[in-house]
Write a protein that binds this ligand. Structure first.
Ligand code: PLP
Length: 377
């Protein structure tokens, strides 16, 4: 079955009791046990909930993994994955990971003795020299945020495998419709389901899928004991979101390419970052591991004051953090997603005051282009 059909049929999931095509929201904390010697499948919703289980099974099916897990946010998902490691373990992390991931490893997990080295994984040659005796995993994000840098997943995973490292991929920007890292050999996939999977800017949630029963056991232990679970209502929204992921992504991606081309030709735009553009560094690697450029792009204007004026004058597009919704969202990384990354670090990553990130939505492209044209003027 092709991925587009898989998304619609949710692994054949229907409600076992009624046959409902929409898995009900089992808004329950606890479950009656007929026989205390043989407890039922569900006993307490931190440990397991039928709506959450339907979502977890569905995302595992779609990503091609062994088991899925739903969390209360993308950061809860990432943090729960990082919690399988121990004091003294060392991790390699893509240099321009999501700001919240940067913050949690440098200002939280460091307090528990987890060591981290940031590596520019867009050049595979940087990975091996950074591996130490105590390195246990590599955490990748591609395309990266906000400059859409591309890491060769197969290449990085191969190096990880050679050194027995667990490879973890934050797949938020592509979604499982466009990129499935487990099929490329990764061990763990993490999503902020808040973004494309939810798709409607109405839910905060995270998902994890693993490729082995051994890792599933370790992640389940954290999910059940740490307890950063997704609630049933949010799981239901994600099950619903997954069904339209393909049509949304197809349309948003088409819009994104047109907007990227428009911006690339515009005299006031210095540079456009979009993996679907021929000029984008890493485009061919990206398209060898993903089925399209996605719906996020960024661009640089002449200077920071012009970028601010653009943000003030854009009208139809929403000015906000986050991405992946049906509406076009324009954000300003220096003050928003990357405000927590130290200034020096930001500069080194070329996340500058003239940079604007766009999550392209489902509007008619003519309206979008005209909105951008006016704001650029
Ligand atoms: C938003 C985001 C996260 C964090 O997800 P939340 O749902 O906001 O906690 C992690 N990684 C990437 C790439 C993101 O865009």
């Amino acid at each position: 079955m092709k991925i587009g059909s898989k998304l619609i049929h949710n692994n054949g999931a229907v409600d076992k009791i009624t046959g409902a095509l929409s898995i009900p929201i089992y808004q329950a904390s606890t479950f009656h046990q007929d026989d205390i010697d043989n407890p039922g499948k569900f006993d307490y919703s931190r440990s397991g909930n039928p709506t959450r289980k339907a979502l977890e099974d569905t995302i595992a099916f779609i990503e091609g993994g062994k088991q899925g897990f739903a969390f209360s946010s993308g950061m809860a998902a990432t943090s729960s994955v990082l919690s399988i490691f121990k004091t003294g373990d060392h991790l390699l992390v893509s240099k321009d990971v999501y700001g919240g991931t940067h913050r949690i490893v440098t200002k939280f997990f460091n307090n528990f003795g987890l060591e981290v080295t940031f590596v520019d994984t867009s050049d595979l040659a940087n990975i091996e020299p950074a591996i130490k005796k105590n390195t246990k995993a590599i955490f990748l994000e591609t395309p990266s945020n906000p400059l859409l840098k591309i890491t060769d997943l197969k290449g990085a995973i191969k190096i990880a495998g050679k050194h027995k490292l667990i490879s973890i991929v934050d797949n938020t920007f592509m979604s499982p419709y466009l990129q499935r890292p487990l099929e490329l050999g990764a061990d763990i996939v993490v999503h902020s389901a808040t973004k494309f999977i939810g798709g409607h800017s109405d839910v905060i949630a995270g998902l994890v899928v693993v490729n082995s029963h051994e890792l599933a056991k370790r992640i389940y232990f954290v999910q059940n004991s740490f307890g950063a679970i997704a609630g049933p209502q949010d799981c239901w929204l994600l099950l619903r979101g997954l069904k339209t992921l393909k049509v949304r992504m197809d349309f948003q991606q088409k819009n994104a390419l047109q907007l990227a081309r428009y911006l690339a030709d515009h005299s006031k735009v210095k540079k456009v970052f979009y993996p679907g553009l021929d000029s984008h560094q890493g485009k061919s690697i990206h398209l060898s591991q993903a089925d399209g450029g996605g719906a996020v792009l960024s661009f640089k204007l002449e200077d920071g004051s012009l970028a601010k004026r653009f943000m003030d004058n854009v009208k139809m597009a929403v000015v906000a953090v986050s991405l992946g919704g049906v509406e076009t969202i324009v954000s300003y990384p220096v003050k928003m997603s990357h405000a927590n990354v130290p200034k020096r670090e930001r500069k080194a990553q070329e996340i500058t005051a003239n940079l604007i990130r766009v999550s392209v939505g489902l509007e008619e492209i003519e309206d979008l282009l005209s909105d951008f044209a006016k704001a650029l003027k």
